[in-house]
Design a protein around this ligand. Structure first.
Ligand SMILES: [Ca+2]
Ligand SMILES: [Ca+2]
Length: 641
């Protein structure tokens, strides 16, 4: 760190008792112009017995403290560091064993006067019903809060963001919010999902940051979406309904308008500066690995991160560059940044009792950071589930980022699992682009690369991909095939809001249209059966049916998966537990198929009776062979007894 920081001597163990905390953030010196001022305290509050220490980042000015002390004997100021000419002060606190709930009041003494700040400390809410993580019984449902339902029209255009709200513009804020989601939990339960992943709810900075990925304050809910209390209410209502909540964590970057960008808390707070930085586009071309550029693949070349023979130069842009060349890339190699980001994640998890985190742009952050971050999280939340976004079509690349074991670099990222991007791209290739159905078996055979393939998160859509319904060559039948596959193959599936009513939409932002009925006065209300068109209701009812079958039949959740048939058009597999065998048949062809599978040495053997649970396929055993028929473009589920 640079030498112009004022480093205050360590272990300033001063104990103060202040008569009133009312002067928080207000300079107490007569020399008001030069007196210290605190404008922000991060984190704004904490909990008893959660961590042994805490790093506070104060923002303001004139914060070159000569002394910092707090009013409780169990709070020790370990050391402090003023930066950026006194615009920031880091205060490292250590907590003693007898710390109780209450408000810590700390006073800064500077040459220009004194100022104090408060840090409320609460007891933790009992943890039994919190921080469970996902398991195979769960189905995750992705919502972009601005686009789902408007529960509070008064927050549509907060005073500090004039002109930000316009439903006619696809990149403006539309008014959806946290209360809107809470008011539609019944709909989600009726559909049959168990867990919600919301795109980031943190405060964003521009008129077009409705998506949440341009943070300007990592300790606040965006006012368009509501308040922190609204977020906690949503979490608590979900918990009462035995549902779970996932936070979208983005340790890689903040928004271009974050105050840090012009005034970083440390000179190396970011990788580079606004004026001088790398961009995140990989300098290596597909041809480096002998690949031709395939249509529809837009990811960066994460191969270099997983390649033991790659040079640092081949990786640097991905981990240290600014995403899209514009999103300020946090210096996740700096231990102070690591501490800030870890505490920030703990704060959200603890505030709302979260079950997990979806982790954005996972490969763009160094693996060493992930190891430290996960180690810190798991110390408190051993069962928390983290799901990484590794946008890549090859399991040899995606599996490299999953934790649970050290890779060739000696690092265990600690990540619970990843979204199954290889399966996503395969399902779309098969359904829409004429790829052989056998490609599905080809992806699944590579499950050997994962320690826990049953924790993978299969999906066919999210907020970054064109709606499947609007892709060339799509149809309602193909949409149902996609649902049929991801709800019966191994893993914990993730659905995208609105696909259950076949919502249309092309590329971003068209794939983020408002859910019909989420706004007062909408001409249609697809949250109710009466409000749905016949076509929407057909899809909804089938998805609901699939989700009910999944809940009722443990084989669909935890059964061992056996491939029993695969060719260009047809893929059939069995999910088997000690109690049941379910045969799933997927026909991608335009015509009905009839095939015969020898039963010997397969889980089809010795079944006396077959029962159709879903779809219109049939199967009949001769004693030695299973005769199967499958209608065109369909998924069928058949129980073998
Ligand atoms: Ca609203
Ligand atoms: Ca990065």
């Amino acid at each position: 760190m640079s030498s112009d920081f004022l480093r205050v001597s360590t272990l300033l163990i001063a104990v103060f008792f202040f008569p009133s905390p009312a002067s928080r953030g207000v300079p107490q010196s007569a020399e008001a112009a030069a007196a210290p001022v605190i404008t922000k305290v991060e984190p704004p509050n904490w909990w008893v017995k959660l961590t042994p220490d805490l790093m506070i980042l104060l923002s303001g000015h004139g914060l070159q403290a000569t002394k910092v002390g707090c009013n409780l004997p169990d709070v020790v100021v370990e050391h402090t560091e003023a930066t950026h000419g006194g615009d920031y002060l880091f205060v490292w606190l250590e907590f003693g064993p007898h710390l109780r709930s209450g408000t810590i009041v700390c006073r800064l003494t500077t040459l220009k006067g004194d100022v104090s700040f408060e840090l409320p400390i609460s007891n933790r809410v009992p943890t039994a019903q919190r921080f469970h993580g996902l398991n195979s019984d769960d189905v995750l449902y992705l919502i972009m809060p601005d686009r789902f339902a408007n529960g509070d029209p008064t927050n549509d255009e907060p005073a500090e963001f004039p002109g930000s709200h316009d439903r006619s513009k696809p990149r403006s804020w539309h008014g959806g919010d946290l209360r809107g989601i809470r008011e539609h939990i019944d709909y989600l339960k009726e559909l049959g999902v168990t867990s919600l992943w919301l795109t980031p709810v943190v405060k964003n900075g521009t008129e077009q940051d409705y998506h949440g990925y341009g943070a300007v304050d990592l300790y606040a809910v965006d006012p368009h979406l509501g308040t922190l209390d609204n977020y906690k209410e949503l979490a608590s209502t979900l918990r009462q309904q035995h549902m779970k909540l996932f936070f979208d964590a983005v340790p890689n970057h903040v928004g271009p308008r974050h105050p840090w960008v012009v005034k970083p808390p440390l000179p190396d707070w970011f990788h580079g500066t606004r004026q001088n930085h790398l961009d995140a586009f990989a300098p290596v071309k597909n041809s480096f690995y002998g690949k031709t550029t395939s249509a529809g693949v837009s990811n960066d070349l994460f191969e270099t991160l997983a390649d033991p023979h790659a040079t640092p130069a081949m990786r640097r842009n991905i981990t240290d560059g600014w995403f899209f060349g514009i999103l300020p890339d946090l210096n996740t190699e700096n231990p102070v940044v690591v501490k800030y980001l870890l505490q920030n994640s703990i704060w959200w998890i603890e505030s709302a009792g979260l079950d997990g985190l979806r982790v954005d742009t996972f490969p763009y952050v160094s693996r060493a950071f992930w190891e430290k971050w996960h180690t810190g999280l798991r110390r408190i939340y051993p069962n928390l589930t983290t799901i990484g976004e590794v946008f890549h079509p090859e399991p040899i690349v995606t599996s490299f980022f999953v934790g649970g074991r050290k890779e060739y670099d000696g690092i265990d990222t600690g990540l619970s699992t990843v979204f199954d991007f290889p399966l996503y791209s395969t399902i779309r290739d098969v359904l829409l682009r004429g790829a052989p159905a056998g490609r599905i078996a080809n992806i699944l055979r590579q499950d050997q690369l994962y320690l826990h393939p049953n924790w993978l998160v299969p999906f066919f859509a999210n907020h970054d991909l064109p709606r499947l319904s609007s892709e060339p060559g799509s149809s309602p039948e193909k949409l149902l095939c996609a649902y049929g596959l991801i709800l019966t193959l191994r893993g914990i599936p993730q659905l995208y809001y609105g696909d259950e009513i076949a919502m249309p939409g092309g590329s971003d932002p068209d794939n983020r249209r408002d859910f019909p009925g989420g706004w007062p006065g909408d001409p249609q209300n697809a949250f109710t059966e009466e409000g749905r068109t016949a076509e929407q209701q057909k899809i909804f009812a089938d998805v609901q049916n699939l989700l009910q079958l999944r809940r009722r039949h443990s084989a669909l959740r935890i059964g061992k998966l056996f491939d029993v048939f695969s060719d260009d058009e047809l893929y059939a597999f069995v999910r088997q537990t000690g109690d049941e065998r379910l045969l799933v048949i997927f026909n991608n062809g335009a015509k009905s198929r009839a095939i015969t599978i020898p039963e010997a040495d397969t889980p089809l053997a010795d079944s006396l009776r077959t029962t159709i649970l879903y779809g219109n396929g049939t199967s009949q055993t001769t004693g030695t062979e299973m005769k199967i028929t499958a209608p065109p473009q369909s998924v069928s589920i058949i129980s073998l007894d």
